[in-house]
Design a protein around this ligand. Structure first.
Ligand code: DHK
Length: 160
């Protein structure tokens, strides 16, 4: 069987607190729940999904650099670094992989400082405000883009 396209799901600072952190904004699912869903959905879509989370900007930058050559695409929720990190923006451009930006909350409905995203400038698309479903939709879009062989009849672009 052909190798499945590899997708790295990256979560940034404070996303390790999902489930406990401001649940009225970020919901009740934990990071472990979100990551387990990503792996399960990825499996149905014919993707090999790896999930990582860090509170450290440099570590996220290193993982994006390492993704070059090792992964075929990225899903990125960079947390607050979305709005501040030129380094992450540059790493995403340098790794030259398709990236989809995800946010659990609707960043356009919140404080003004959340409206600007350095990640968006380096991403093929952005999903926000749909909670954990956003990660699944991003994986579906990437599976279609990468031509993954899906077991899921509902997959975007599926001819099954
Ligand atoms: C998560 C964060 O930690 C915030 O800093 C972003 C994002 C929004 C989210 O909605 O997933 O502003």
């Amino acid at each position: 069987m052909a190798e499945r396209p590899r997708v790295l799901v990256l979560n940034g600072p404070n996303l390790n607190l999902l489930g406990k952190r401001e649940p009225e904004i970020y919901g009740s699912a934990t990071l472990a729940d979100v990551e387990a869903d990503c792996i399960a959905v990825g499996d149905r879509l014919g993707l090999e999904v790896t999930c990582r989370q860090s509170n450290h900007e440099g570590e996220l930058v290193t993982w994006v650099q390492e993704a070059r050559g090792a992964q075929q695409a990225l899903v990125v929720n960079a947390g607050a670094y979305t709005h501040t990190s030129l380094a992450l923006h540059d790493a995403l451009r340098a790794c030259a992989l398709p990236a989809i930006e995800v946010h659990l909350s609707n960043i356009h409905q919140r404080e003004d400082f959340r409206r600007h995203s350095y990640v968006a400038l380096a991403a093929v698309g952005m999903i926000c405000g749909l909670g954990p479903l956003g990660y699944e939709l991003a994986l579906r879009a990437l599976a279609a883009r990468l031509g993954a062989v899906s077991k899921d009849k509902e997959a975007i672009g599926s001819k099954a």
